[in-house]
Design a protein around this ligand. Structure first.
Ligand code: GUN
Length: 304
């Protein structure tokens, strides 16, 4: 049984209590990520001073389906070879400490994304998507791998609530390689009992109702209804969905995978969309890149 004390978070989360029903404390990813970025700035500054101007470096490889690119890439094989070649060259570049390949690969020529993510050197795989890093995470080697950024950010936001993960029942909705599957592993090795639900789970509302900690990465707008949520639960929403909204100049607005207006009547803590998990994902990518650069420095020191 999870007991949640309704109190404001140190990170300036807003806590509004209505006269009849409790409203969840909002976990601000904007504020939490700002603190992470400030801490990293200091660490990078220290490295710079200690190692003669050394700077952590990240490469983001984007595979685009643009006409001008297609002009040069005529066959599937050529396209894949080109991507792999770029990855190899970044792998070998000693001034780069992190490499991510933006997914999904945006190309008319099908390229096996497994092949691409596994071509990234595990030592630079700050996305944590290679089999090596995913395997270490699944076995609980948390200090010897890169943890994918979104789950890592979610865990950080859960920590901000002060609710401990150990011994809790956590439910994850979604089993993607980027969010759901690593989130399961991360919660498990932080000693929660974890249930992972997916599109074939027959009794989703019942499963959600058992969650002390609920992490949703389903990719379906407002799928989780407030009535399903356990009273006092920590609700982390990884969803980014655009829905039509005639009241906006753009004609659309962004919502999460959780129906926020009803879920915040039952949850103890909840992340907003936008301003929740999104900014933490970016902060964790920076964190992994700095960690990779620190490991690189340690290796170069021990080699000579
Ligand atoms: N596309 C959406 N999220 C991600 C992510 O975390 N990493 C990569 N490489 N691509 C993404």
């Amino acid at each position: 049984m999870l007991s949640v004390v309704a109190r404001p978070l140190g990170l300036g989360a807003s806590c509004c209590r209505g006269s009849r029903r409790a409203i969840a404390t909002v976990i601000s990813g904007n504020k939490a990520s700002k603190l992470v970025r400030e801490r990293l700035k200091e660490e990078v500054e220290k490295m710079k001073v200690q190692f003669c101007g050394f700077r952590p470096s990240l490469v983001v490889l984007q595979v685009g389906d643009r006409d001008d690119s297609n002009l040069y890439i005529s066959t599937k094989l050529k396209a894949a070879a080109e991507v792999l070649h770029s990855i190899m060259s970044v792998n070998e570049n000693q001034t780069v400490h992190g490499l991510i390949v933006q997914l999904p690969l945006d190309t008319v020529n099908h390229i096996n994304s497994e092949l691409v993510t596994n071509a990234v050197s595990p030592e630079k795989d700050v996305d944590g998507l290679s089999c090596i890093n995913a395997g270490k995470l699944s076995r609980g080697d948390l200090n010897d791998c890169f943890i994918p950024c979104t789950p890592n950010g979610c865990l950080e936001l859960i920590r901000q609530t002060g609710v401990s993960v150990a011994g809790k029942h956590a439910v994850v909705i979604g089993r993607s390689k980027i969010v759901g599957a690593p989130m399961h592993d991360l919660l498990l090795w932080n000693h929660a009992t974890v249930t992972t639900c997916h599109s074939k789970t027959p009794d989703l509302p019942e499963q959600v109702g058992r969650a002390d900690i609920l992490v949703v990465g389903a990719g379906r707008a407002e799928m989780v209804r407030g009535g399903w949520v356990k009273e006092g639960a920590v609700v982390i929403d990884c969803g980014i969905n655009y829905v039509p909204d005639e009241t906006r100049a753009s004609g659309k607005r962004v919502v999460g995978d959780v129906h926020y207006a009803s879920a915040n009547q039952r949850a103890g803590f909840i992340t907003p969309v936008p301003g929740g998990v999104g900014p933490m994902t970016v902060a964790m990518l920076m964190e992994n890149t700095v960690q990779s650069a620190q490991r690189f420095l340690l290796r170069s020191q021990s080699h000579g």
